[in-house]
Each structure stands twice: as C-alpha cells, then as structure tokens.
Design a protein around this ligand. Structure first.
Ligand SMILES: NC(=O)c1ccc[n+]([C@@H]2O[C@H](COP(=O)([O-])OP(=O)(O)OC[C@H]3O[C@@H](n4cnc5c(N)ncnc54)[C@H](OP(=O)(O)O)[C@@H]3O)[C@@H](O)[C@H]2O)c1
Length: 289
C-alpha cells in the first residue's frame, strides 16, 4: 500500500513542489492550503487530498489531524512547511508582527506536530520534517525575528528527535538556502523605520542576490530526508548557498565563520568566503521590499 504524507502550506513554493514530488513518486498526499480558492491547486494529482488549514488556528489543529488520518487511513510522514517572512529592523518591528511571525513559523508548527505525535508514537514509526532555513545557522540583519523563528524550529527538531527516537519516530530539519518563491512578495515588513537605518538596509539589500534555487531542489532534499535510513541525522541543507555552510563552518571555525559572514552580508565578501560559499541558485527572485 502507498505511504501517506501530510504537507502544510502547499498552494505555492516549496510546499507545492513537495506535493508534486511525493505524488509523482507514488505517495498518497494530504496537502493543506489556507484559501478556498487554492483547493484545486493539486487537481492534476488524483492521489492528493487537499484540505483547508490555517496553522495559526491552534483550536482547529486537533480536528485537522484526525481528518488528515481519515483521508487514507494512516499517516507515515508530516512536512511542516507553512511559513511567512517578517522583515525590518528589530526596533521597527511591532510586537504584533513578532507574535505573528512566531505564531505561524513556530507555535503553529509545534501545535501540528503535537497533534500527530500520538499517532506516530502509537504506530512506532513516522517521519516529521520541519522546514527551517539557512538563516537559522547565523542571525541576519533586518530579518532577525524570522531567523530567530527558524532557529527555534531547528533546535526544536533536534530535541524532539531525541525524545521520539525510542518510539521509532524520526525528526528532520531542512535548512533551505534562498529559493525563488512567492514568500518574498508577501513580506510582513516593518514600518516607521528610522532614517538612521537606511544606509545599513541599502547595503544589506545591495549585497543580497536577486536569484534563488528552484523549489524542486528542496523538494528533492525533503524526499531524501524522509527516506534516509540514517535516523539520527537532523539537519539537511538544500541549495548551493546552504549546502556550503557545514564545510565553511568546519574550515573557518565558529568565530572566523561569523566574522566572514558579517562582512559578506554587508557587501564585503572576502575571496575566501566567495570561494567557500556559492551564490544561491539561478532562478530570478521577486521581492516586494
Ligand atoms: N523561499 C526561501 O528562500 C526560503 C528559504 C528558507 C526557508 N523557507 C521556508 O520555506 C517554507 C515555504 O516557503 P516558500 O518559500 O515556499 O514560500 P511561499 O511560496 O509563500 O509558500 C508558503 C506557504 O505557506 C502558506 N502559509 C503561510 N502562512 C500560513 C498559515 N498561517 N497557515 C497555513 N499556511 C500558511 C502560504 O499560503 P498562502 O499561499 O495562502 O500565502 C504558502 O502556501 C516557509 O516555512 C519558509 O519560511 C523559504
């Protein structure tokens, strides 16, 4: 019988590519979207059932989990992908924006995970894949809150992987580099930014490439992470800019890595950094700020 995977946030981007990948590989998929208008987004795949879910709605999540299991009678894997991107200096970011960022990227992800854990623990099997980010590997200026939310996802995944090991449940964190998706057209941007910040923001954006990897790059890594027999591995890096990080950290050591990253992020990459850390993939990026 085909295995079953649940994927959140699948209307676009990495989530949609993940649904395409698993469906093409013969899996049954329970995909979630948050807008009724997107319910038909996977209609080309007959083995995909698309359900409505806003991961911010913690009250709805236990019922959603039961509904998800009922679709095919079992669940073998869960991909927590839904997320959004808050940007701006910390000083200019409202606490409502901070809460919104953590509600979707962290609290919603934890609530969904908790709703499926009894199922996975009971069946003594299951794989949970949490979508973190390259930004969890080091703080980024002007997206420090987003990076903090993704660092929470990565460390949560590590702790949870140890808790669930004795029950045969595997937990992964995916660290995608920059990908060309619609996330950058829906940025929750800080407002009322003091003039003092403008020069720093401009040099940061000038140093940020306007290309990214195709979402299929990360969908392939998620597929590998679900199937990987090495149960203790948590972090998987996708995209050339992210895949280079473990090696760069090993070669440079923590402090020099950090110093080199700081220079590169403000537009002054050293020759060594440029040799160690390639640009993101070649797809053109759309950004609304
Ligand atoms: N693109 C990158 O460079 C990159 C890099 C590292 C990590 N990531 C992470 O990858 C994941 C997917 O992002 P993406 O780049 O593929 O962007 P995307 O195309 O905007 O996809 C994000 C999906 O999450 C959904 N979503 C957002 N908030 C939600 C909520 N409260 N409840 C349910 N669904 C919600 C969106 O729904 P709507 O379509 O309704 O907005 C969308 O379908 C995110 O967790 C993101 O942080 C992305």
């Amino acid at each position: 019988m085909s295995k079953v995977i649940v994927v959140t946030g699948t209307a676009t981007g990495l989530g949609k590519a993940t649904v395409d990948k698993f469906a093409t590989e013969g899996w049954n998929v329970v995909a979630t979207v948050r807008k009724t208008a997107d319910l038909a987004v996977h209609e080309g795949h007959p083995q995909v059932k698309t359900l409505l879910l806003d991961v911010d709605d913690e009250q709805a999540i236990p019922d959603f989990a039961q509904q998800a299991v009922r679709q095919f009678g079992q669940v073998d894997a869960l991909v927590n992908n839904a997320g959004h991107y808050q940007m701006g200096p910390v000083e200019s970011t409202s606490m409502a924006q901070v809460h919104r960022q953590f509600q979707t990227n962290v609290f919603g992800l934890i609530a969904i995970t908790k709703a499926f854990l009894p199922q996975f623990r009971g069946q003594r099997s299951g794989v949970i894949v949490n979508i973190s980010s390259l930004t969890a590997e080091q703080g980024y200026p002007y997206s420090a809150v987003y990076a903090a939310s993704k660092a929470a996802v990565a460390t949560l995944s590590e702790g949870l992987s140890m808790e669930m090991a004795e029950f045969g449940v595997v937990v992964r964190a995916i660290m995608p580099g920059q990908h060309a998706t619609r996330i950058f057209t829906k940025i929750d941007a800080a407002s009322d930014i003091a003039e003092d910040y403008q020069a720093g923001i401009e040099s940061f954006f000038a140093a940020t490439p306007m290309t990214g990897s195709s979402p299929t790059v990360t969908a392939d890594v998620i597929y590998q992470a679900v199937l990987d027999p090495q149960v203790t591995r948590v972090r998987y890096y996708s995209g050339p800019d992210s895949a280079a990080i473990p090696t760069a950290k090993r070669i440079l050591g923590p402090q020099q890595y950090w110093e080199e990253f700081r220079e590169a992020a403000t537009g002054r990459p050293s020759a060594l950094w440029s040799a160690l850390v390639p640009a993101p993939g070649p797809e053109p990026l759309q950004r609304d700020v």
